[in-house]
Ligand binder design. Structure first.
Ligand code: ZN
Length: 211
């Protein structure tokens, strides 16, 4: 059996990486104070490179995926709007405010972070198409972030994945600890995915060790 075929057959059902590179041992769920709603297109959810799924797996109590784009099923904003916390829509438009100490003093938490998955164009559509999101203020991350997501071609150098956007937003809201825990897992997942794609099974030992 070729390694390529093995990669398809022996895939972990949870992290969806080849079993030899499975990162589930590093997937240790924890709790935060902020609710997170991730709006994910149905076609994205099938892709192993989609990062939103891991926000939900790491933060099962607070993070929830809401699927849009299903055939014959209108997207409902109500269940998202019903969640507790001050709603903030994470998207860098002309009006969006940076999440920083001034912002938090002016608009105290706890917060409910709404995160559209996908690239900026797709995210823009989510907000435009859903009038009920109109009154929710948009927020953005501090400038200067470096994307560490190497699994897809980024349209812009500062484009970060949904997972990274959520991790840094939580960092800005709750402090660096949850951000570090999230990014620590993320780096292992990105590396394991790249290793499994390389088909080099000699990397197995190295990637399955760690903390
Ligand atoms: Zn796994």
């Amino acid at each position: 059996m070729s390694q390529r075929r093995a990669g398809h057959v022996n895939r972990c059902p949870n992290c969806r990486i080849n079993n030899h590179f499975c990162v589930c041992v590093h997937l240790n769920p924890f709790e935060i104070k902020t609710n997170i709603s991730l709006i994910v297109h149905v076609s994205e959810l099938k892709l192993t490179s989609n990062t939103a799924q891991f926000v939900e797996k790491l933060l099962p109590e607070q993070a929830q995926i809401f699927i849009r784009g299903r055939v014959n099923e209108a997207f409902e904003a109500e269940p998202i709007l019903a969640r507790s916390g001050r709603p903030l829509f994470l998207f860098p438009d002309e009006d969006s405010q940076e999440i920083n100490e001034d912002f938090k003093a002016k608009y105290p938490g706890p917060y409910h972070l709404i995160v559209p998955d996908g690239n900026w164009n797709q995210a823009k559509k989510v907000k435009k198409r859903e009038p009920k999101f109109d009154k929710i203020p948009t927020v953005k991350l501090a400038p200067g972030l470096i994307a560490e997501y190497k699994l897809r071609k980024a349209p812009r150098p500062d484009w970060v994945s949904t997972f990274e956007a959520a991790a840094y937003a939580i960092g800005a809201i709750e402090g660096v600890d949850p951000q570090v825990r999230m990014m620590s897992f993320f780096r292992k997942w990105v590396q394991a995915t790249l290793d499994s794609r390389s088909g080099n099974f000699s990397l197995v030992r190295e990637s399955s060790l760690g903390d």
